[in-house]
Ligand binder design. Sequence first.
Ligand code: XMP
Length: 520
Amino acid sequence: MINNNKKYVPVLVVDFGSQTTQLILRRIREIGIYCEVISYQQIMDKIKELKPKAIIFSGGPSSAFHRFSPKVDKEVFDIKIPILGICYGMQIICEQLNGKVNKTHKREFGKAYIRALKKSTLFKDNIKLNSKTQVWMSHGDEVVKVPTGFEIIARSDNNIAAISNKKKKIYGLQFHPEVIHTLKGKQLIRNFVLHIAKIKQEWKINDFLEEQVSLIKNKVGKNKVICGLSGGVDSSVVAALINKAIGNQLTCIFVDHGLLRKYEEKEVIYNFKKYTNAKIIYVNAKNLFMQKLKGIKDPERKRKVIGREFIKIFEIEAKKIKDAKFLAQGTLYPDVIESKIIQGSKLKVIKSHHNVGGLPKRLNLELIEPLRELFKDEVRSLGKELNLPDNIIQRHPFPGPGLAIRIPGEITANKIRILQNADYIYINELKKYKLYNKIWQAFCVLLPIRSVGVMGDSRSYELTLSIRAITSKDGMTAEVFYFKEDFIQNLAGKIIGQVKGINRVLYDITSKPPATIEWE
Ligand code: XMP
């Protein structure tokens, strides 16, 4: 939020490497309060810069009693800004303020129950004294002594579950209120930000829109901006937003690798012209990509080849735009956080698509990433504010390498055609039966398996198609969307009847984990 040209962030979430830091942010923004995540190393500088009214310490994998585990500058405990420590966050409060944390022999993972021992504003209208409530725990250490001035306000069967220093407005929770399995967690966070920190619910996507328009105008001045367009929600919203700020100083480059859905390139260009007055350069590179992908079966090599060629073409086109100084990208907040967490962690890279920063530095353009602070649903709300139509805003995510990673094995022009036709029928059926918007992502995968069938009086020996539909909040985990039997039967019949080359349809019922969303 911008007040008098200075950025103001009401809540800062200090990240100690928890898997659920993103959820803390989501919960706070859902309340209508803006917040950002910062690293623990920057805490005092960020407080001076962003003037927060509340601070939340996230959980984390370290042990607070280790000499070199992440800690905060102790000054933060004396500046009278309310603090809520979650899990590791509570443990460092105790450790740094002369309480004590030990390894516990009674580790708690998953569901647990706590009992409130004292009244607290944190529990207001939510958790009654002495009542038991279900929470979600994930810890191997425990607080064994609370610091002076603190009291224990809740316990689980095994450990201290919540602490409070009312005078200093410093609170700690051993469990994770941000996780939905903590049944009253959302209200706990609400109580902290609304009733303890007394922050107003002022965050609206329209404020964000106006702020961004003025920031982009100031930053860009009279210069030109280039933006890669894919037709997906993120790049469409970026293009519309930048266009609103600087009009036709924006040029979008749309590289068509031929791995898009049926009619998609026409739709993208049509929408672009309808909803912006920026310039567009359309590059038909279908043949080139087909040549480069010939004979390649390995998914990671497909991604590398597509990424490399895309960048080459983009670079050639970008260099033709004289005086371009900026490159706009639709990087979202989860990408930013995720790439930070991945740095230096032991997590293995499953797929190579998490590409913050994107195009090569040699383009010599400065990056503009106006969606960097937003989650997908917020990007969709922003698209609405920009008057983009539902068919852009509600579009399912589509991977950069497109249909290439939905054709396991070698890609041929014929396979692309078959997949495009099947996908077209599938998506239209979803729209017809009003299922499309209930699903996060739905697509077909053309498997390199032929099977025998009988069509009419003839024997067929054709390819197999797998149908996938999932629900998700952010693509990190996914649940299967189960269709009614008649829908799926009717769909399979339609596809086999109308798409030459397929004689068998399978329905994928695997969630993520253990599978990933895409097959490659
Ligand atoms: P997975 O398959 O990793 O997918 O569960 C999670 C989300 O990411 C998309 N995805 C990609 N997006 N380039 C992209 O831009 C890629 O290489 C890529 N691979 C997967 C996938 O569609 C889902 O939304």
